[in-house]
Every structure is written in C-alpha cells, then in structure tokens.
Write a protein that binds this ligand. Sequence first.
Ligand code: NI
Length: 166
Amino acid sequence: MARLHIRTYGDDVLRKKTKYIKTYDRKLLQLIEDMFDFMYEAGGIGLAAPQVGISRKLIVVDTFEEGEKFALANPKIIWESDEILAMKEGCLSIPGVEGEVLRSRKIKVKYNDPETGVELTMEASDLLARVIAHETDHLNGVLFVDHLHESEFAQISRKLQELAAA
Ligand code: NI
C-alpha cells in the first residue's frame, strides 16, 4: 500500500481546484483502497484526495451506517433541499478545530462510478449528505471553516494561524 500523508491547514493543495478523473483503472481503485485505509486509521468518516496531496476529484465516505460507504469520482451536487441543518464539523486537515456548519439536509449528487466510469446520481440525507458536501467542498478548495459564522470563526482564527505556521 502506498503511504499517504495528511495535508493540513495552510498547505496550498487544500485551496487548489482539482482535476477531473478521466481514467478508470486499477491505479484509481488502489488509490481508493489506500484512502479508505488512511481514513479508517485516522478515525474519519470522509476523505477527499487533496487532503492526501492528490489534486483530483475523488472522495471516499463511510458513515458506518448500513449502505453508506461510497467512493465517488467527480462528485457534483446538483440539488440541495431548502431544509437546512446545523451540525458540528471537524476535518482531518484541521486537527483540533470544530465548528457548527449549516448545510442542506438532503442533496442530489452526480458522480462517476470509479470502477466503470459510468455517470450516476444518488440522493443522500442527514449525516451522509453532510459528509459528501464537506468532501465535495474540498475538491473546490473550500474548507468547513469557510462556512462558519463570523463570531465562531473569530474564536478559532488563532488556532488556524498556528496550524498554518506549523
Ligand atoms: Ni475535511
């Protein structure tokens, strides 16, 4: 297994726009396996490729609920419910920081199946929708801290500066 390393807040790769996946081969499937292994070891429920330094549109998610384990290539949210939920989020790339983020309770996502390349859509709600939205944000250089209310951001800005300087 290839050794993956987490990239943390302040690393440019987390702010870069990612490239589309166009080739569906064993190498991609191996990367997905490595990303799942890495995520489980780190105790996360979602991981986006830029977080391990790979600037590609690829995410893995496992909420540990039945049927909620996915690897999505080129995910794009094509619909969001008006119903919004607030929930605390964290991120493996921003250790020690949590904050409440408002997100749609339900989403529809377009993506490519990493095994076949076929374009599919799925619906997700609650925690699964949240994790997919959080990870898809990563592919556009967006971090959960960007969504925090100003007053909450002020409370963590020092911690972010420390991370960026490390
Ligand atoms: Ni994250």
